[in-house]
Design a protein around this ligand. Structure first.
Ligand SMILES: Cc1cc2nc3c(=O)[nH]c(=O)nc-3n(C[C@H](O)[C@H](O)[C@H](O)COP(=O)(O)O)c2cc1C
Length: 268
């Protein structure tokens, strides 16, 4: 499947079969994790599989996920920051989403799960000293078969015009201009990126020589950092696929526009 179709069809799965992953699948997952961890961008994180998923579920039921609604899965993958700082949160989510695209490629279904912050007793029981450095796990397994005629669960997304702006923040930019710059297809696809509570807390400003990513900073910027890493990952993949080969540079988080903070820039 081409990558643009992949993003548009990527869905969170919250109902899994009770079937555990077999040894072949576990070794494919382990290899996929190793490949991601081998990259420079993973230097501040660690990612581990947990194949005794139902123990994790029993421990975290009522204590993780939206309003304590934990997703029950046969396996999970934990994301640990070696140190708690914005870059590790951003690149942690970036690398985890990259891993997710590969796990979906293996035929697995997934759902990100937000844990309570800090070393809660349940987290310490599961993760020991790592507890305070783990804020997300990802449920993996095989989706429960849908009953016939159940409509597809979809979460709406903002339009390109609601997330992409022209030079002055946040003045509109025409679709023709985005097309002329070779960016329309990229933004039309990455708007489908997943985010915490589907808040889509991102705005882009396209100027002559760069794309700037701003991120919502209402209650806590922390929640938006993971979402930023995820959309940065999709932008990066699609930009590289279109020959716009650059790297995201993370900013100092001091430039504010309205409720948004300038988070990162990508040279064009
Ligand atoms: C960083 C992050 C944290 C998330 N946390 C949870 C969670 O705790 N519980 C849950 O059910 N879904 C969680 N999700 C899934 C999002 O709600 C979901 O991706 C979004 O609503 C879009 O829906 P879709 O993935 O089906 O397209 C999370 C997603 C992200 C990216």
């Amino acid at each position: 499947m081409i990558f643009t179709n992949f993003i548009q069809n990527r869905r969170s799965v919250r109902l899994f079969q009770t079937k555990y992953l077999d040894d072949d699948m576990k070794s494919s997952v382990n290899n996929a994790i190793e490949r991601v961890l081998d990259e420079e961008k993973s230097s501040g994180i660690d990612i581990k599989p947990i194949y005794s998923g139902f123990e994790v579920y029993n421990e975290l039921d009522g204590k993780a996920g939206y309003s304590g609604v934990m997703v029950k899965a046969p396996a999970y993958i934990s994301l640990k920051y070696k140190e708690i700082n914005p870059a590790n949160k951003i690149y942690g989510a970036f690398q985890m989403e990259k891993l997710i695209t590969r796990l979906i490629g293996l035929g697995l279904d997934i759902c990100w799960i937000t844990l309570e912050p800090g070393p809660t007793p349940e987290k310490v029981k599961l993760f020991g000293d790592d507890a305070e450095f783990i804020e997300y796990i990802v449920a993996i397994g095989y989706a429960e078969e849908k009953k016939p005629f159940t409509p597809e669960a979809t979460s709406g997304r903002k339009e390109v015009s609601e997330i992409v702006f022209g030079d002055e923040p946040f003045k509109s930019i025409s679709i023709e201009e985005l097309n002329r710059r070779g960016l329309l297809d990229i933004f039309s696809s990455i708007r489908f990126a997943p985010s915490h509570k589907n808040l889509q807390p991102w705005k882009f400003v396209v100027s002559n020589d760069k794309v700037s990513l701003y991120i919502l900073n209402n209650e806590s910027i922390d929640i938006s950092l993971g979402d930023a890493g995820i959309i940065m990952y999709y932008f990066y993949e699609l930009a590289h696929g279109s020959g716009i080969k650059s790297e995201w540079e993370i900013c100092d988080l001091n430039t504010k526009v309205e409720d948004y903070v300038l988070l990162a820039e990508y040279k064009l």
